[in-house]
Design a protein around this ligand. Structure first.
Ligand code: ZN
Length: 283
C-alpha cells in the first residue's frame, strides 16, 4: 500500500490550489455494512436481474412491492455509521480548502454517511434515502424541485399491512409518494436536487479526480472519466476489488481498501502541512 499512499499524496500536494473532484460509489459504504449495488461482494443487492426493481416503470406497476424493497434497504442504510474513508474525505476537504483549492464531492450513494461524517461541498447525484417525493410532476412536493423529509412521513400503517391503501400519500395532492432517488429509467435532469449541471461543470473544471469505490458501471462516472481523459488530468481509482489493470489511459488504480488508504494519505498531508508551517520563519 505504501507506493499507493505516496502516489496519491504526491499528486494531491502537486495540485496546489487546483480543483479537486472526488467521486464516490457504493464501495466506500461497504465497510459501513451497506451492501454494494453491483459489486462482487456476496451481499450485493442489485444483481442485474433486480435492476428492474429500481425503475419508474416498476414503481408504476407495483408501488407496494417497490416500497417494501426500498424500506428494507433504507432501514439498513439508516443503521449504518460513517467509516474511516468517509471521515478522511472530510479531512481532505478541509485540508484542500485551507489551501484555497476548490473541492467537490460527487456521490452516487443515496445513504447519508458523507453528511453524517461532515462533508459539506457535496452533490448527491442519485438522490438520498432521507427524503421522498410526490410522484406527481409539478406538485410542490414533486419534480422538478420538491421533496419531503422521510421523518415527516409515516410508513407505520404500510409496514403493518402492506397494500396500495396503506401507502402514504402526498399531503398536497394525495398522489402516491416515491423514493427521492434516480431510477434506472430516469434522467439526471428530472430533479434539481441531483444537481447534474453542477456535477457536469465540476467534471469539466477538475484538475485532479479521485474515484473511491465506484465500479464505473453507471453513467455519471463515464462523464467524469471522459472529461478527465480529454483534459489529461491525473485520475486515481481506489477500489480493492476493481480492475486489475487500468482500462483507461491516465487512470491510476489504487487497489487498497479506501478506509485504510485515505486516512493514511490524509494523515501524511496534514502532518506535512504542520511541518512546513512550523518551518516558516516567524515575523
Ligand atoms: Zn403531490
Amino acid at each position: 500500500m505504501e507506493e499507493q499512499v505516496q502516489a496519491l499524496q504526491a499528486a494531491l500536494t502537486d495540485l496546489g490550489s487546483g480543483s479537486l473532484v472526488v467521486v464516490t460509489g457504493a464501495g466506500i459504504s461497504q465497510a459501513s455494512g451497506i451492501p454494494t449495488f453491483r459489486g462482487s461482494d456476496p451481499e450485493a443487492v442489485w444483481r442485474q436481474s433486480d435492476v428492474t426493481l429500481a425503475t419508474f416503470d416498476y414503481f408504476r406497476r407495483d408501488p407496494v412491492g417497490q416500497w417494501e424493497w426500498y424500506l428494507k434497504r433504507f432501514e439498513a442504510v439508516a443503521a449504518a455509521q460513517p467509516n474511516p474513508a468517509h471521515l478522511a474525505l472530510v479531512e481532505l476537504e478541509r485540508w484542500h480548502s485551507e489551501r484555497a483549492g476548490s473541492f467537490c464531492l460527487v456521490t452516487q450513494n443515496i445513504d447519508t454517511l458523507h453528511e453524517e461524517a461532515g462533508s459539506s461541498k457535496m452533490i448527491k447525484i442519485h438522490g438520498t434515502s432521507d427524503r421522498l417525493r410526490c410522484s406527481q410532476v409539478g406538485c410542490r412536493y414533486g419534480s422538478p424541485a420538491g421533496s419531503l423529509a422521510s421523518i415527516d412521513v409515516s410508513f407505520e400503517e404500510f409496514v403493518a399491512s402492506p397494500s396500495k391503501q396503506t401507502l402514504p400519500l402526498c399531503p398536497e395532492c394525495s398522489s402516491i409518494l416515491r423514493a427521492h432517488v434516480l431510477f434506472f429509467d430516469e434522467y439526471y435532469g428530472e430533479h434539481e436536487d441531483y444537481r447534474f449541471s453542477e456535477a457536469d461543470e465540476a467534471a469539466d473544471t477538475a484538475d485532479l479526480m479521485l474515484f473511491v469505490g465506484t465500479s464505473f458501471s453507471v453513467g455519471i462516472t463515464d462523464i467524469f472519466l471522459r472529461a478527465g481523459i480529454l483534459k489529461r488530468i491525473p485520475m486515481f481509482s481506489i477500489d480493492p476489488g476493481g480492475h486489475r489493470s487500468s482500462p483507461w489511459p491516465d487512470l491510476e488504480l489504487l487497489p487498497s481498501p479506501a478506509e485504510e488508504l485515505l486516512p493514511e494519505v490524509c494523515h501524511r498531508l496534514t502532518a506535512h502541512r504542520e511541518m512546513t508551517s512550523a518551518a516558516e520563519p516567524r515575523r
